[in-house]
Structure formats: structure tokens, C-alpha cells
Design a protein around this ligand. Sequence first.
Ligand code: 5AD
Ligand code: SF4
Length: 445
Amino acid sequence: MSKRYHIVTYGCQMNVHESEKLAGILRAHGYTEESASPEEADIVVFNTCCIRENAENHAMGNIGALKKVKRARPAMLIAVGGCMTQQEGAAQRLRKKFPFIDIVFGTHNLEEFGDLLARKAAQKKALVAVPERESAVREEDISYRTSYPNAWVNIMYGCNNFCSYCIVPYVRGRERSRSPEAIVREVRGLLAEGYREITLLGQNVNSYAPECGMRFPQLLRKICEGQGKFRLRFMTSNPKDFGEELIDTVAELPQVCKLIHLPVQAGSDRILKLMNRKYTAEEYLKKLESLRKKVPGCEVTSDIMVGFPTETEEEFEQTLSLVKRADLAAAFTFVYSPRSGTKAAAMSGQIPEEVKKERIMRLVELVNAQTREKSAKYLGKTVEILCEDHDEKRGLYLGRDEYGRMGYFPSGDNCIGQFVQMKVTDASGISLYGERADAAGEEHK
Ligand code: 5AD
Ligand code: SF4
């Protein structure tokens, strides 16, 4: 009988992609069916995140909620992995709090999850396997994907930057890059299978890959060489390494989407220095100026944090001012969350929660207003959407344009996986609504 699995994923795209890898491993080990809820599953895997405290609290709450199910069905397996377990002492703390967990694994041994399943089957006792250090890059064989027509492709792992607020270097280890040959082979294979959008993933893609004798712009060129139409995205870029050669490459390659995610974090130079970001607000703006000059129409999105230790009202206002001057199309906004073991967590001058809350509200309001204002300009225009899915409830197809904006439209034929021309008829919110403006759409009017 086929066994059922359920994966709960927290955090970034890297984790979403790693959950695909876990699903592939589970499928190869007899868990051939995905269950809609954890309650019905034979194995539940939590792929956790620890970048902010609330990500950890979510996971803890959901793991705790399975206690009753596990009591009623002791044969159900519960596995917890990802960034949260990779923190020092975390595996033991987890096991103590939730003794019913069967397997604890880390970010460094995700590929061995199949072996862990086999080892657990041979022992009654819980299995705790969190390696202290990262291993070298292993070749990836991804047998299962969940995001057609988009595909994630890892190009590097880890981070060497040690931004003072960030736990990532501690739980993901130092930078390691995959070989250009392996990456190009994977991308070509995906394109041949019909994938239409590739997102290259890494904590700091611009520092790809001295050990492979190739830099990131060259990798982009190699990937696109001789290829036809598809969309190529990458994240995340660190502004300190975002240079002219990369800007020229973005301008030169038609496949690279003219949307760059470039996290700035803050608008005050004093705070940026304390964050160990290694650029100033002016330097950031200069890079955007060059980008927009060489890549006309290029949009920029960002990550922004409020409430870093010692941030004053004036410094927060400098962040607001930067959001405006940078003309950001959208931004992920975060309240600073102290992470144990990082430099910033030990700083004096932590900002009270009420002040952080008040600042994030003002920031979100500004970012949303800017995003809406940019959306409104789309009214009456025709955009190219890569259709991703069909929303049964609304009876509409949906997908994104080159700039990452979600577009919804009716269609007589199933166009998932196709590029569709959509004439925008409603651009009042953050998403766009419209109708097909291509030949296939005409036929169905
Ligand atoms: N608190 C709040 N936000 C954080 N980020 C990273 N660490 C923290 C933290 N301790 C944010 C940064 C980063 C994004 C992925 O998460 O903005 O770019
Ligand atoms: Fe964290 Fe900075 Fe590395 Fe990004 S670049 S993962 S924010 S340490």
C-alpha cells in the first residue's frame, strides 16, 4: 500500500526548493502520495526556518499540535529538519520539548534523509542526526518538482558575510558553489522538459564561484548560450558585490528578467555599518542609477528591516526616504528579531517592541502605496504573463509578468506553462486583472 507524506515548509525559496528534494526522497522510499493535512499522513516532515523568532514559534506551535495525533497513531513518523535544528543545541532542546519527534536532521545532511529513514526503520529510539559542519557540495539529483513552469536551481550554498543580525552563516555554513557544468546541465534539462522560468538560488549569488574559475555574470552567459525564450531570475544579490559586469550582463541577455532583488536593509549609514553590510545608502543608490541607465525599465525590489539595535527615529526616517529615492517596486519588510549567537543580539540599545511595531506599520504603508502606484500605470497596457496555475474558486488563470506582478485572466483553453499576452483591465490593487490579448484569447471571446 502506498504511504502518505506531508511536508510543512517555513522560510525562503531555498527551503521551498529543499522541500522538493525531500519530497523526491520520500517518494523514492515508498511515500508515494502527498496528503492534504498532517493528520492523515504516515510521515510529517517540518522543514524549518530560524531567521526570525516568529518563524520558529510557528514551527514549534505546529509540531506541538501533532502530539495528540501521534498519541492516537504512534506509527506515524514525525521528522524535523532545516535551519532551526542546525542551531547549536537546538536538536536537544527540540527533543526535550517534543519527545514524540522521531527524526531530527539538519541543513547539512538533507541529501541523506533517505538513509535516515532506513536507519530509523531499524531502531525504535528517536534518531538525532545533525552534523556540526557543512559537507562539500554533493551532486544534486532532483527527481520531483512542485512549481511547474517555474523551477528553482541551487547554484551555491552558505554565506560568508556575517551581517551582524543574521543567523544564516551559522546554520548554512560557509559559501560553497556547484560546478558550472552541473548547473548548466540541470538548467538545459529543465528547459527541455518544458520549464519556462528558472530561478537561480543562493544566499549571495554574486559571490559565485571563485573555486570554479567562473564568476556569476559568466555563469549567466553560459546558461543562456544558444538558448531560445525562457525567463531567468536569480536571488539573492548582495549590493556590495553587485557590479558593473553583472549590470552589463543583465542588459545583454534577453532571458534575464529585468527585475532585480537587491536587499538594502536600511537607509542610515551608521546602521548599515553596524549591520556589517559594507555599503552606504549613496553607494546603493548609485548602483541603482547605473542599473536603470543600462537596463531601461528595470525594476528593483528589496528587503528592509526596522528596529535594528540603537536605530533612532531619524535613522528610521532615512530608511523611508531611501525607499522613495530608490523607487522600489516592492519590498519584503521585517521587524528586527534578535537571533542568539549573532553580534547584534548582544548589542545594547535593543528597540522596544511597540516602537518596532509602529515603524513597521509606517514602512509597510509607504511600500504598499509605492507598489500600488506602480501597478496603476499598467492599466490598459498589455503584459506578458507566464501562466502558472488555474484558480478554481475564481475561475481564472494566473501567472506573473517579467516584473513578478501577479496577473489573473479568464481563458478558454488551458494555458498553464505558456506565455500569454494579457491586456490589463483592472490595476487598482497589487495584482493585475485582465483579458487575453493574443490569438488564442480572441478565439474564445
Ligand atoms: N531579524 C529580522 N529580519 C532578518 N532578516 C535576516 N535576519 C533577520 C533578523 N534577525 C531579513 C533580512 C534578509 C531577509 C531574508 O530576512 O532583511 O534580507
Ligand atoms: Fe544573512 Fe547577510 Fe548572508 Fe544575507 S548576506 S544570508 S543577510 S549574512
